[in-house]
Design a protein around this ligand. Structure first.
Ligand SMILES: Nc1ncnc2c1ncn2[C@@H]1O[C@H](COP(=O)(O)OP(=O)(O)OP(=O)(O)O)[C@@H](O)[C@H]1O
Length: 294
């Protein structure tokens, strides 16, 4: 991290009564970075984000945003855009009025029409919030979070309830915000969205990080897999494999290319077919399953 971090969390602890929800959590997010905070249900992601956003006070530890305490709301809040899991719009206001109202609170300048265009809600500008569909409300949430291109944007499950087209539009908009230098913090249960976009990922489970790093750093911690069935049973495989309940063979390896090469050469030399062959690196879901089991 070259410049001072935008977010600096050090030994954060959060308790609800006797329940210790976040335990000694430390991480930093650099300027312009796309950081994904992922984890199991109840891991403590929302509690952590709420503390960084200034909605919650740490039980112990320090949190700095732009070098300040997030509780210094007047200094910090105008630099942030927040898309919460659940919006708190006034149902009787129209879409245009809602964006204008939230926009005026941010102290950032932007055009309501521009923002509505970005999220594809121009045709709903005069519609009351109470009459929007779930996906349209989500897009309105996004519109208000990105009004005025904030330096730091929190996206809490941003694509839940969105159809594919709206998801693509949202991620295109996020790409443009990144080009403009915004720092993005994402939480999501759609792991492939984080896997495709995040510079770094923190994987939380039971209040603490079980892994943190780039996608490749995380997936490298588990072996890649090769699965296949044999057309003719044989006892002598050229690489170690375990027989699965469904009769397929599973090879787990940190040297995928080498072992796959050996296996294919061996099958060819012995006139064997590797049926339903599947080979690939570990995916983020596998890392996730591994930490959930720890
Ligand atoms: N106000 C509260 N009072 C008591 N316990 C709480 C409160 N808020 C959260 N918790 C508990 O703290 C833990 C962490 O909750 P949190 O909402 O931060 O998790 P999360 O990682 O965001 O979960 P999810 O993925 O399910 O949204 C959970 O066990 C939750 O039940």
């Amino acid at each position: 991290m070259n410049s001072a971090p935008v977010i600096d969390v050090e030994r954060l602890n959060l308790s609800y009564g006797d329940f210790h929800a976040v335990k000694d959590l430390s991480f930093q997010v650099g300027r312009g970075e796309f950081y994904a905070l992922l984890g199991t249900n109840g891991a403590g992601k929302t509690s952590t984000l709420e503390t960084i956003e200034g909605h919650r006070t740490a039980t112990s530890g320090t949190v700095r945003v732009f070098g300040r305490s997030p509780l210094e709301r007047r200094a910090v809040r105008p630099r942030m855009g927040i898309m919460l899991q659940e919006s708190g719009f006034t149902p009787d206001l129209t879409v245009r009025e809602s964006v204008r109202l939230v926009g005026s609170l941010t102290q950032r300048s932007d055009s309501v029409d521009r923002v509505l265009g970005v999220v594809g809600l121009t045709h709903k500008a005069g519609t009351r919030v109470s009459q929007l569909s779930g996906g349209e409300k989500r897009r309105l949430d996004f519109a208000t979070a990105v009004y005025g291109t904030p330096e730091l944007i929190f996206l809490d499950e941003p694509t839940t309830g969105l159809d594919i087209q709206s998801r693509d539009a949202l991620w295109d908009a996020v790409d443009r915000l990144r080009e403009d230098g915004s720092t993005i913090v994402l939480t999501t249960h759609y792991l492939e969205e984080a896997q495709q976009r995040a510079d770094r990922i923190g994987l939380m489970h039971k209040g603490t990080f079980h892994r943190e790093g780039t996608v490749s750093e995380l997936t490298r911690t588990l072996p890649a897999t090769v699965r296949f069935a044999l057309s003719v049973p044989t006892a002598t495989l050229p690489v170690p494999a375990t027989l699965q309940g469904d009769g397929t063979l599973l090879v787990q390896t940190f040297e995928l290319q080498k072992d796959l090469h050996i296996l294919l050469g061996w099958a060819h030399d012995n006139g064997l077919e590797l049926l339903d062959l599947q080979a690939g690196p570990t995916r983020l879901d596998d890392v996730f399953r591994a930490i959930s089991a720890e």
